[in-house]
Write a protein that binds this ligand. Sequence first.
Ligand SMILES: Nc1ncnc2c1ncn2[C@@H]1O[C@H](COP(=O)(O)OP(=O)(O)O)[C@@H](O)[C@H]1O
Ligand SMILES: [Mg+2]
Length: 225
Amino acid sequence: MLIELKNVTKIYNQGQINEVTALKGIDLTIDDSSMTCLRGASGSGKSTLLAIIGCVFQPTTGRVSIAGKQLSRLPDRFLTLHRRQYIGFIFQTFNLLPALTVQDNITLPLVPLGIAPVEMRRRAAVLMDRFAIAHRRNFPASQISGGELQRVAIARALINNPPLILADEPTAHLDSRLSEEFMHFMKDLKTAGKTIIITSHDPLVTEHADVDRIVDIKDGRIDAA
Ligand SMILES: Nc1ncnc2c1ncn2[C@@H]1O[C@H](COP(=O)(O)OP(=O)(O)O)[C@@H](O)[C@H]1O
Ligand SMILES: [Mg+2]
């Protein structure tokens, strides 16, 4: 069992006038090598849930364990280490650094790991070949197409070879062809044994044949209906 959440709650700005309860008592278990879609309206708590699974921040209350490790209540530095080792994140707007080259964007997650530059370039080369972006290796990210950006974002998420891939509304800015292509890449990753969690309300994602499970989120709760 790769991921387990027990009674997870997230309150932003607790005790302040702008307090928001984004997640309320989430119980969720995600199986290894599966593709799960977190589906829900805007503001329902999908990104918050993904960020907690992705060790971006801790839940306010509740327990999270990933790969058998109990993560909740760990100091932030351990959370960061865990995230670097186990998780690849793909963001809605890709979050690439526009001035950096394709290659440097892809290797960025390896920099804090202290990996030798030659090894970084070797790993990036494998991924750039796989995602057909090698010819753009020295282009700044600001000068490549939307489809190429998407593939760079996937390559960057894979550079540390994480078992868990998280994608937050990855098709929101893609046309239907690129959305299909994105799901095709996710299918290949699942086949290779990765666990994939995607937040979306895009039917091209939620109704895709390779999604094993849809978890509906409504007002910060899992909607069983
Ligand atoms: N950093 C934040 N500070 C305060 N409130 C937040 C923050 N992030 C999200 N929220 C609130 O938490 C709720 C859930 O947001 P979010 O997880 O982004 O939902 P979704 O991804 O489904 O649109 C919303 O009411 C949102 O306004
Ligand atoms: Mg969101």
